[in-house]
Design a protein around this ligand. Structure first.
Ligand SMILES: [Zn+2]
Length: 344
């Protein structure tokens, strides 16, 4: 579909949204867009079978990466969980806990000391953490929030959610305390409207990276001043990571939305000219080969040594989940995952 000019592409921001029967669809998504490798991110904090599914995908698709999530229903503390998940073969950690909904649900500030042993473990072992923190500013504005956000429960105006700035401050506190942490902030940390502040963060925290997974608002912001966006991407080309939020889509309609998004990202990075996505008038920054190489794969490879994963250990891990499952659907789903693995 795209001409990457021979540059291998890692999609560092990939999800499994469906059940075990849909894990195969991830490989199809990867192939559809010609990505060489993907990193599947667990949303364990919001769905207790995400780690099981993500590690199963990694087992099924050697060479691909998986980041684990922390569980909030476990008897184990975060450090013990992290050690076990890393030993199992996860390549890093994903935290959805900084998105306003999950952040409200956990009730734990991202800079709370309860996370410190976990962050320190990642810091000491050079393990990357990909954190979704805050959201795009319009989700705090009833009159400007898009309808999909309202339908998904992403309107944060009822006074029960933290503000965007409060969540941003929590992340900055984490960075201040854990200077060596390899932190990747998802979705450009929702800072595409303030490249000055983004640049100041990169200057202050040398291990910090942003991924450029849409929110399309990011690309609208970049199109407002293409020269400034290009200069930023050139200056910070070691700190920017490609990701799409692709997932196991099947229905034709969803596939079309994903086609537009993936194509938008390609045009933005590779082409120095105006382009359209839906009714949006955007503009590419046409990066040179070296910058593309870094953003599309080298930066992520530098942060993330690929770990081995062992089938017998994964079976043990998932069998253990089976022992803890109570709900009938959960038990069924775990059995489906186990069946999938035994066929490998
Ligand atoms: Zn995501």
């Amino acid at each position: 579909m795209f001409d990457f000019k021979g540059i291998p592409v890692i999609d560092a921001h990939f999800h499994i949204m469906g059940g075990a029967d849909r894990i195969e669809l991830l490989k199809k998504q990867k192939e559809r867009y010609g990505y060489d490798r993907v990193n599947v991110l667990s949303l364990e904090a919001t769905d207790g079978l995400q780690n099981a599914k993500c590690i199963t995908y990694k087992l099924m698709s050697p060479g691909d990466y998986a980041f684990a999530g922390l569980s909030y229903n476990s008897d184990e503390d975060f450090l013990s969980q992290a050690k076990a998940l890393y030993n199992l073969g996860f390549d890093g950690f994903k935290m959805i806990e900084g998105k306003p909904g999950p952040r409200k649900k956990t009730g734990i500030p991202l800079n709370d000391s309860v996370y410190d042993p976990f962050y320190s473990f990642c810091e000491e072992n050079g393990i990357p953490v990909l954190l979704h923190a805050a959201d795009t500013a319009v989700f705090w504005d009833e009159s400007k929030a898009p309808s999909f956000a309202k339908e998904s429960g992403w309107l944060y105006t009822d006074g029960t959610f933290l503000s965007k700035e409060e969540i941003t401050r929590e992340v900055i506190e984490v960075l201040e305390k854990h200077r060596q942490l390899k932190l990747i902030l998802a979705h450009f940390f929702f800072m595409s409207d303030d490249l000055k502040r983004a640049g100041e963060m990169f200057d202050r925290y040398p291990n910090l990276c942003f991924d450029i997974t849409p929110g399309t608002e990011m690309y609208i912001d970049f199109a407002r001043d293409t020269a400034a966006a290009r200069a930023f991407f050139e200056k910070y080309q070691d700190r920017i990571i490609f990701g799409t939020d692709n997932y196991d889509v099947d229905p034709q309609e969803e596939k079309e939305i994903k086609d537009v998004i993936n194509s938008l990202m390609y045009s933005f990075l590779f082409e120095d000219k105006p382009f359209r996505a839906w009714d949006l008038e955007l503009h590419g920054i046409g990066l040179d080969r070296e910058a593309l190489d870094k953003i599309l794969h080298r930066n992520f490879e530098r942060l993330t040594p690929l770990q081995r994963v062992d089938k017998a250990n994964v079976i043990d891990f998932i069998a253990n989940e089976l022992g803890r499952a109570h709900k009938t659907e959960e038990v069924k789903e775990i059995r489906d995952i186990l069946a999938l693995i035994s066929d490998l």
